[in-house]
Design a protein around this ligand. Structure first.
Ligand SMILES: NC(=O)N[C@@H](CC(=O)O)C(=O)O
Ligand SMILES: [Zn+2]
Ligand SMILES: [Zn+2]
Length: 356
C-alpha cells in the first residue's frame, strides 16, 4: 500500500496521545448525521464542519440551525464532540456577515469553494477578485479562510488544478492579505507542500489519511475503483511521498483533516460517480497505520492533536486517547440515513483500534 520504506520501526503495541481533533469533515444533514456524528464522537473532541449542504450554510443563522441539528443527533451518544461551524463563501457574502460570524461563539472559519470545483459547490465563488472586501473583513476580524484549492477551468487538466490554483489565486491572496489566516485544505501535491512550507505562519494545510495512503495507481491500475475517487483527485506517488514527508515532519503547518465525505454506495458505483471518501469510521486508525509504516508514530500526536488547535488559537485538548494494536475488520457497509455507504477499506483489516 505504501511506497516509502520505513525509516525505522517502533514496535509499540499501545500509543497514548492527546485527544485529537478533525479540522475538516463533512457530516451532511438529516438522518445521515446519525452515522457521521457517531463516528466523529468516538474520540475527536472538536471537528470543523464543512458547510457544503444543499442549500449551503451561508449565514450565521444557518450555521446556528445546522449546529443545533448536529447537537441533537449526538444526544444519545456516550460522548459528544464540539462542532466548530464554518460559513460557505458565495458571491453574495458581505462584510457584515463576517463580523457577525466573528462575534459568534461557534463560527470558526469561512470556506471558499471555487464554483463547480467539488461536491455541492455550485453556489461557490465565480469571481475571486470581487470578494476582496470580504477577505479584508476576515483579515480584520481574524477569521480563518479555508480553501478548496482547485481551479475549474475546462482546459486545465484535473491533475494540475491544485497547482494552477496556488499560482493564480492562492499566492496573490496570501500576498495581498498577509494577516489573513489561510488553510489550504486536503493538499495533494508537492507544489502545495512547498507553498505552505515557504509561506509564513498564517498559512497552513490539512492532509487527509487517504492522500497519505494512496496514489492514482491505487485508483486506476487493474480496474477503476470508485471508492478511491475524491477531489482533489489522488496524484502520482511522488506527490504522495511529499505529503508523507510533510505530515511526519513535525512542522506545525500540517495537521489532520480527514475530509471524510460520505456518499451512498449507489451514487459512487455509478456512471458518473460522486467525489468523496468515507474515513470517519477509522480516521485516527488510518493515520496511525501510515505514521507507523513511515516509522514516525512519535510524530502522530503533534499532527493529530496539537498543531490544528494551535493554528485555530484554541486550547489543546487536556485529555488523551489510547490506540492499541488490535486487528479488526472494517464492515462492508455502514448506514447513511435510509441508504448505506461503503467505508474506506471495507472488508479489510486495520491494525490499530482506539481503546474505549
Ligand atoms: N473531497 C471530496 O471529494 N468531496 C467532498 C467535497 C470536498 O471536500 O471537496 C464532499 O463533500 O463530498
Ligand atoms: Zn474540498
Ligand atoms: Zn471536504
Amino acid at each position: 500500500m505504501l511506497f516509502c520504506p520505513p525509516r525505522y520501526r517502533l514496535h509499540v503495541n499501545e500509543l497514548t496521545i492527546t485527544r485529537p481533533d478533525d479540522w475538516h469533515v463533512h457530516l451532511r444533514d438529516g438522518s445521515a448525521l446519525e452515522q457521521t456524528c457517531a463516528d466523529m464522537a468516538r474520540y475527536f473532541n472538536r471537528v470543523i464542519v464543512m458547510p457544503n449542504l444543499t442549500p449551503p450554510v451561508v449565514s450565521v443563522a444557518d450555521a446556528a440551525a445546522y449546529r443545533d441539528r448536529i447537537v441533537a443527533a449526538m444526544s444519545g451518544l456516550p460522548r459528544q464532540f464540539e462542532p466548530l461551524m464554518t460559513l460557505y463563501l458565495t458571491d453574495r457574502t458581505d462584510a457584515a456577515e463576517i463580523q457577525l460570524a466573528a462575534a459568534s461563539e461557534f463560527v470558526h472559519a469561512v470556506k471558499l469553494y471555487p464554483a463547480g470545483a467539488t461536491t455541492n459547490s455550485d453556489a461557490g465563488v465565480a469571481e475571486l477578485d470581487a470578494l476582496f472586501p470580504v477577505l479584508a473583513a476576515m483579515e480584520e476580524v481574524d477569521l480563518p479562510l479555508l480553501i478548496h484549492g482547485e481551479v475549474t477551468d475546462h482546459e486545465i487538466d484535473i491533475f494540475d488544478r491544485e497547482k494552477v490554483f496556488i499560482d493564480r489565486h492562492l499566492a496573490p491572496i496570501a500576498e495581498r492579505f498577509p494577516g489573513l489566516r489561510i488553510v489550504l485544505e486536503h493538499i495533494t501535491t508537492r507544489d502545495a507542500v512547498q507553498f505552505v512550507r515557504e509561506a509564513d505562519s498564517h498559512v497552513a494545510a490539512t492532509i487527509t489519511a487517504h492522500h497519505l495512503m494512496f496514489n492514482r495507481n491505487d485508483m486506476l491500475v487493474g480496474g477503476i475503483r470508485p471508492h478511491y475517487y475524491c477531489l482533489p483527485i489522488l496524484k502520482r506517488n511522488v506527490h504522495q511521498n511529499e505529503l508523507m514527508e510533510a505530515a511526519t515532519s513535525g512542522s506545525p503547518k500540517f495537521f489532520l483533516g480527514t475530509d471524510s465525505a460520505p456518499h451512498a454506495t449507489g451514487r459512487k458505483e455509478a456512471d458518473c460517480g460522486c467525489a468523496g471518501i468515507y474515513t470517519g469510521h477509522a480516521a485516527i486508525e488510518f493515520y496511525a497505520e501510515v505514521f507507523e509504516q513511515l516509522g514516525a508514530l512519535d510524530k502522530l500526536e503533534g499532527f493529530a492533536s496539537h498543531f490544528g488547535a494551535d493554528f485555530y488559537r484554541l486550547p489543546r485538548n487536556s485529555d488523551s486517547i489510547t490506540l492499541r494494536r488490535e486487528s479488526w475488520t472494517v464492515p462492508q457497509q455502514l448506514p447513511l440515513g435510509e441508504d448505506y455507504l461503503t467505508p474506506l477499506a471495507a472488508g479489510e483489516s486495520i491494525a490499530w483500534r482506539v481503546a474505549n
